[in-house]
Design a protein around this ligand. Structure first.
Ligand SMILES: Nc1ncnc2c1ncn2[C@@H]1O[C@H](COP(=O)(O)OP(=O)(O)O)[C@@H](O)[C@H]1O
Ligand SMILES: Cc1ncc(COP(=O)(O)OP(=O)(O)O)c(N)n1
Length: 510
């Protein structure tokens, strides 16, 4: 016996830090969609993930080769076992392969009545393979009685309404309104299947009102499992925030990050998975054995040498003479003008639109920093300083790689400027925070804690790893050499103010 429909208005928000989220879905052994994607997505959002399997697929990034549906009685046993022991903060429902499975899940929902139920009415995989028995959508519609949010893509929305697929965003919204009104359910209309530079989504309420969420379309073929991952993320976030709008906003933002970094994974030759754990990995030390790990280990002597330089020690202590600081600033401004052009070269060689944009943005930032160096800093420390030998050698090296090197080599050559500068910034900024009194270079040291720059550095490191993975062994060796030269020039660059200024004053030899 089915109980009455849940209200689609938000219940009293239940905020749970680590919600216990159950996914009822099919298995994708390649890990990109289904239960596997749900577990990653729930975990990425801080939820405790549980999984009841409705079906096993034989599937990879190229398509679905087979579907096996275990006995439905055993599905009910799995559901009962979980519910008998564990309080469920949210349930996400994915692939339900046929009407019998749908009815078993409906019977369980009728008794269990979880506080949050998100139904992704999975019907077809990205590859075009059918994941549900023909005609079973009537039974799927029955489940809307127990659903708080349903998240169809455009083909699924059309099937649920028995209409032709929407060809525009306006038609999609109109269909979302019909479904929401007919079943008194909140609908997330997803625009991923429409053409265009944007991927809009919208929450549509049964009264016809809606809230849109806009995001740029990310140029990647690796979109396998976006629907599964988004619905699990929303279920988890709803249990945490108590608010559907905020949950979709956060989930979509997270999904964009997972799509932007999807190409880094290099999984399969078809439509690969998104990068569910991108935020976690960005903050974790690079996984053992990556190319960037090796680069970082290789430049340990340079990192040590930088922190032993008078320039760095005096800058940290606030005792650096202004003539040395002025020389450094002047050389930095000269350096950035050309470094920006080398980043533009990386942009022109980039294999994906996202990387192309990343380097182009880096090139633009350099010009802006160069201008602000002149405007805000060099005006306070006037010094006539032509390009010094270290600056020239460093730039000659970068330009040579930019002229004749591969994309991977250019990325490796520009990387130390990001990475070592970010490391110096991290250490100097944390020293500065424990400095008592007024630091003469306080404003400069404060600028070191720029989160955008540290995010850009993480991205540059990840791009270098991807380029290394795709490159041949000889190319990786050339990348290593380009990186090593630049790392040494970074040391020389910080050493140059004392060597050059004092040499010019006759106090030391260069
Ligand atoms: N290339 C893309 N760039 C950005 N967002 C995307 C992209 N492709 C899909 N999305 C988003 O992924 C989610 C799932 O979308 P959609 O492809 O419509 O559904 P499904 O994965 O169920 O087929 C939506 O939030 C959609 O906007
Ligand atoms: C086992 C399994 N479940 C669901 C899907 C479809 O995944 P979804 O995220 O809806 O779709 P795409 O983003 O891959 O279109 C699947 N393939 N396997």
């Amino acid at each position: 016996m089915l109980t009455p429909a849940p209200s689609t208005s938000d219940r009293a928000p239940q905020r749970v830090k680590h919600p216990r989220v159950l996914s009822i879905a099919g298995s994708d052994p390649s890990g990109g969609a289904g239960i596997q994607a749900d577990i990653k997505s729930i975990s990425a959002h801080g939820g405790y993930a549980m999984a009841v399997l409705t079906a096993l697929t034989a599937q990879n990034t190229q398509g679905v080769q087979g579907v096996h549906i275990p006995p439905v009685a055993f599905l009910s046993s799995q559901l009962d076992a979980v519910a008998a022991d564990i309080s469920l903060d949210a349930v996400k429902i994915g692939m339900l392969a046929d009407a019998q499975v749908m009815r078993a899940v409906g019977d369980w929902l009728a008794v269990t009545r979880p506080a949050v139920v998100v139904l992704d009415p999975v019907m077809v995989a990205t590859s075009g393979d059918l994941l549900v028995a023909e005609g079973a959508h009537e039974a799927l519609l029955e489940l809307l009685k127990f659903t708080h949010l349903v998240t169809p893509n455009l083909p699924e929305l059309a099937v649920l309404l028995n209409q032709a697929e929407a060809g525009s965003w306006a038609e999609a919204l109109e269909q979302g309104q019909q479904l929401a009104a007919a079943h008194e359910v909140l609908v997330l209309v997803k625009g991923g299947h429409l053409p265009g530079e944007e991927c809009p989504d919208a929450l549509v309420w049964p009264d016809g009102t809606h809230q849109e969420f806009r995001a740029p379309r990310i140029a990647t073929k690796n979109t396998h499992g976006t629907g599964c991952s988004l619905s699990s993320a929303v279920a988890t976030l709803r249990a945490q925030t108590g608010d559907w709008v905020e949950s979709v906003r956060l989930a979509k933002e997270w999904l964009s990050g997972a799509l932007v970094t999807a190409d880094d994974l290099g999984v399969g030759s078809g439509a690969g998975p998104i990068n569910h754990l991108h935020a976690l990995w960005a903050n974790a030390p690079a996984a053992a054995g990556t190319f960037s790990d090796e680069l970082w280990a290789d430049c340990a002597p340079q990192r040590q040498a930088i922190f032993e330089l008078d320039f760095i020690k005096e800058l940290a202590a606030g005792t650096l003479e202004s003539k040395h600081f002025a020389y450094y600033l002047a050389q930095d401004a000269l350096y950035l003008g050309t470094y920006s052009r080398v980043l533009a070269r990386a942009s022109s060689l980039a294999p994906t639109e996202e990387e192309q944009k990343f380097w182009a943005q880096g090139a633009q930032n350099c010009i802006e920093v160069e201008m602000s160096l002149h405007r805000d800093w060099l005006s306070q420390f006037p010094l006539e300083s032509p390009m010094g030998p270290v600056t020239k050698h460093y730039l000659d090296h970068l330009q040579a790689v930019a002229c004749s090197g591969s994309y991977g080599e250019v990325v490796a050559a520009v990387l130390p400027c990001y990475w070592l500068y970010a490391e110096v910034g991290r250490v100097l900024h944390s020293d500065y925070l424990s400095y008592s009194g007024k630091h003469p270079y306080g404003a400069w040291l404060e600028s070191y804690a720029d989160e955008d720059f540290s995010r850009a550095t993480e991205r540059a490191v990840a791009i270098a790893d991807t380029a290394a993975r795709h490159g041949s062994a000889p190319e990786r060796e050339r990348m290593r050499a380009a990186f090593a030269h630049s790392a040494q020039y970074e040391v020389d660059f910080f050493a140059a103010p004392h060597r050059r200024v004092d040499a010019d004053l006759g106090a030391r030899r260069d």
